[in-house]
Ligand binder design. Structure first.
Ligand code: AMP
Ligand code: MG
Length: 605
């Protein structure tokens, strides 16, 4: 989790040539005069350096200091090398001594989601940013726009911009409207507050919010080991037995007494082989001095014996054996009782998901049954008049339902019981009744479609009536709209309609929640870095999920490329992918050869 900043943060979004730095330079004296203590964060190109060749600090840094702090009477500077990857925005903000500041101004970081003032000059000849960037809370320009309700200021009116920032700081950066009452600012009748409302969330914020609102099921049940695959243990498991149960031979060979070992080339004693024991059997007597027992791997050690010599090192002669070249170490090739697991010791903790190895382990301890969390029942709906069930003849203007089936598959991967409620009719009351009924029969409800912002269709109206459901806009693509809430205390997920968006939203938000509800502990999605073999672009301030194919190239490097066209309706891209490529809001382009985060999908979809 990233540290959140304590003080307001506001940035300036503009194309180069707009005069961003000059403007900020002129604003700073006005802001400090008004009493603000200002921190500045500026994003620069990756080969930028504050240090200079020849300076002591430069030399020491180049000689290997990964952090270099240089100080004098008037200032200090800490330079930290980040060769692996660029530091995350919120981490950088946490480097400021925020106790000593009132606001952090940011220049650059145009692709990170936080409030910004768009700076625009017509003569620069660049497009406006506000139509595609929801983080813009005001415009300072040399012309007016008519298609936006954002507050507008004259880019040359420094006092108006200063006042806007003062108001923003005074309202603690939460709202851009409440305190904006200065005459110099054109404030439209309707407010811009919803841009910063909680309905606008980063992926991490959405995940955290959902996880904080869902609870583990408390009921447990007993289930036969053979049926326990993918279930989650409801109790801690201690070993009821010693593993191995008895001291036994780790080799096919000869068991002897440690006291008889000689290890002298001049003297190779001959042992009398008194018996042969197979696994599953035991030598009944006690081994006497000078005796050996021929023994198989896994067979119990005879009383008195504590050492085994491999068959390959033995020379037999009738009922006698010698070990001409073997150096013998007392206790070798013997597995002690309880060596792997002593009776009573911890094996698994509550919340462990049972997979193949766990099934085998439980069986190896003699358990016929496992105490597991009750299976989750998940109710599933598709919505939309255009959506038609497969297996029927295609009607005009329809598409076959795919979402119910991708979700079904992902639910099965998680070991959930799926209650398929089919396609919801576009009728408000029918919808309310169906979802309400589902909430009484299941633990979780999932729908797809009908939650887009601006979508005035029945799903939203119905969900609004059901109460306790919020419509979120997640800063990600695909999968921006998401409805989440409770119906009769049961978590409800209203996923988007587009087939790829459905899967990406499920992976990001539903899967972690279901795993928590199942009682699984310590789960984290696997994320690794791979080298991009094509340029990847991302959208402003959003987490971008492209469908990727990772592979090991001939040089042994993990590389990734996209599956091609990335439309959120192209389900085929998901089928061709073996990973999602995750481009964080901080990054706008990943160039060929740069490292990018991938989320392998094996085992998840
Ligand atoms: P919506 O958010 O309802 O406007 O849906 C967005 C897009 O996803 C539309 O093109 C829908 O036709 C499509 N869609 C919605 N539900 C499904 C579904 N169950 N299967 C396949 N596509 C769907
Ligand atoms: Mg729809």
């Amino acid at each position: 989790m990233t540290a959140r900043h304590l003080i307001p943060v506001i940035g300036f979004a503009a194309y180069s040539g707009t005069g961003k730095t000059t403007l900020i330079e002129a604003l700073l004296p006005k802001l400090t005069e008004a009493g603000l203590r200002i921190g500045m964060l500026k994003h620069a190109h990756h080969n930028f350096d504050v240090d200079q060749p020849g300076k002591d600090s430069y030399r020491l840094r180049k000689a290997g200091a990964s952090q270099m702090l240089i100080s004098s009477r008037n200032r200090y500077a800490l330079m930290t090398e980040t060769p692996e990857e660029e530091s995350e925005f919120h981490f950088l903000l946490s480097r400021f001594d925020q106790q000593k500041l009132d606001v952090i101004l940011v220049e650059g970081c145009k692709n990170i989601a936080f409030p910004k003032i768009e700076l625009h000059r017509d003569e620069v000849g660049k497009p406006w940013l506000y139509p595609s960037d929801d983080n813009i809370i005001a415009i300072a320009a040399d012309s007016k726009v008519t298609d936006s309700e954002l507050p507008q200021m004259d880019i040359n009116d420094l006092d108006a911009i200063t006042q806007f920032i003062l108001n923003f700081v005074a309202s603690n950066g939460k709202s851009c409207c409440d305190n904006v009452c200065d005459k110099q600012i054109d404030k439209p009748a309707s407010s811009c507050c919803d841009i910063l409302s909680p309905a606008f969330l980063s992926v991490t914020q959405g995940q955290e919010k959902i996880l904080s609102l869902v609870n583990e099921v408390t009921e447990a049940e007993s289930c036969p080991i053979e049926a326990s695959y993918n279930r989650v243990l409801a109790i801690d498991v201690a070993s009821p037995v010693n593993v191995p149960q008895y001291t036994n031979s780790a080799m096919d060979g000869f068991a002897i007494r440690g006291d008889d070992i000689v290890n002298d080339e001049a003297e190779t004693p001959s042992y009398h082989v008194v018996a042969e024991v197979m696994a599953g059997h035991a030598y009944q007597g006690e081994l006497q001095p000078g005796q050996a027992v021929k023994i198989m791997t896994g067979a119990p050690m005879p009383a008195g014996a504590d050492t085994v010599i491999m068959r390959e090192q033995a020379q037999t002669n009738g009922d006698h054996v010698t070990f001409p070249e073997a150096f013998i170490k007392r206790g070798q090739n013997v597995r002690q009782a309880g060596e792997d697991l002593a009776q009573g010791s911890d094996v698994f903790s509550k919340g462990t998901r049972i997979e193949s190895a766990e099934m085998g382990m439980l069986a190896s301890l003699g358990f016929g049954q496992a105490q597991v969390a009750r299976q989750l029942k998940v109710g599933l709906f598709s919505t939309g008049d255009e959506v038609q069930a497969p297996g029927t003849e295609q009607k005009p203007n329809t598409i076959y339902d795919s979402n119910r089936f991708t979700i079904m598959g992902m639910l099965q991967k998680l070991g959930c019981e799926v209650i398929d409620y089919g396609i919801l009719e576009d009728n408000e009351q029918v919808m309310i009744d169906a979802i309400e009924k589902a909430s009484q029969q299941t633990d979780v409800i999932i729908t797809s479609g009908g939650v887009s912002v601006g979508d005035a269709d029945y799903v939203k109206l119905a969900l609004d009536k059901l109460g306790q459901i919020d419509f979120w806009r997640i800063n990600m693509r695909p999968g921006r709209p998401l409805a989440f809430g409770q119906v009769n205390d049961k978590p409800f997920f209203g996923l988007p309609g587009n087939p790829v968006a459905v899967m990406v939203s499920f992976i990001n938000f539903v899967e972690p929640a279901l795993r928590k509800m199942q009682g699984e502990r310590n789960w984290q999605p696997l994320k690794v870095n791979a080298i991009a073999t094509e340029d990847l672009r991302s959208r402003q301030g959003r987490t971008e999920y492209s469908r990727g194919v990772f592979q090991i190239d001939p040089a042994g490097r993990l590389t990734v490329h996209t599956t091609g066209k990335q439309g959120s309706g192209i389900l085929r891209s998901m089928s061709e992918a073996n990973c999602l490529i995750e481009i964080s809001p901080a990054v706008d382009t990943v160039k060929v050869g740069e490292s990018v985060t991938i989320i392998p999908l094996q085992g998840r979809i």
